[in-house]
Write a protein that binds this ligand. Sequence first.
Ligand SMILES: C[S@@+](CC[C@H](N)C(=O)[O-])C[C@H]1O[C@@H](n2cnc3c(N)ncnc32)[C@H](O)[C@@H]1O
Length: 273
Amino acid sequence: MDPEAILARKKQLESQYGPWSTPVYLGQGIVTSDEPDKSMGTRTRKIVQIVKDIARRPLEELRILDLASLEGQYSLEFADRGAQVVGIEGREANVIKARFAQEVLELDNVIFHADDVRNLSVEKYGTFDIVLCLGIHYHLDVPDVFTFLEQVAAVCLDFAVIDTHINLETAEEVEYQGLRYQGRHVLEHRAGTSPERRQANIWASLDNPHSFWFNLNSLLQLASQVGFSSIYECHIPIWQNMTKDRIVLLAMKGEREFGFSFREKKELLDPGP
Ligand SMILES: C[S@@+](CC[C@H](N)C(=O)[O-])C[C@H]1O[C@@H](n2cnc3c(N)ncnc32)[C@H](O)[C@@H]1O
């Protein structure tokens, strides 16, 4: 597409769906948004670095799921680097913008679905080497956040990158499947907010008036409970201007190890006197 045609179509989409909220690079010097990236690119760098360092396979061999893909920023980044990417995003306007960028960038290895991430399942979307769970589960409330994270683990073959707010304040307790989790309810939409206003508030949940933010220990307990075998926090690369209540976790979907194997083997080798 020539630059004039790109800009004309971008303008038309903006008049229909509102301005872009994120800077997506469309090539030929065109960016979707003039809004400065608060992290100055360091968040994208962090996510890409984690995926490359941990996967240790060429991106071309990886199937990646990007949950709540917004305007396609991360999906397009990984597709541009050769991965097979599926983005799922609940707001139709975001999906239309992401598909436009995909067309401009001539990427046929990414597909965007307009869907609620609460519909995620292996039956519907298959499995993925890597799941990007960035900025989404803290928009869900209980009990959906529990079933959602179960599905994240179910579709994930290798690892998930979980970028999230955590609760640092006084905690409430909720129960799921007989276990207790600490966290706090956070307002997403005031009572009486119309469905149209909820749709338009793109940094909020799709419909639920509250979400639930876990305490770190409870989130780790839950991630382990749903099937991740080990979990790490990523400190470097630094994401500039990351808030104090935010963390980036790496949740591995390995084979669970059990203790005592060394002792058993030792006894086999050396049965003693
Ligand atoms: C804070 S943004 C995060 C976007 C992106 N993943 C990132 O980290 O930059 C939250 C996104 O989640 C989407 N979203 C919120 N609730 C959703 C749901 N239940 N299903 C699908 N998308 C949802 C919003 O439309 C928005 O695009």
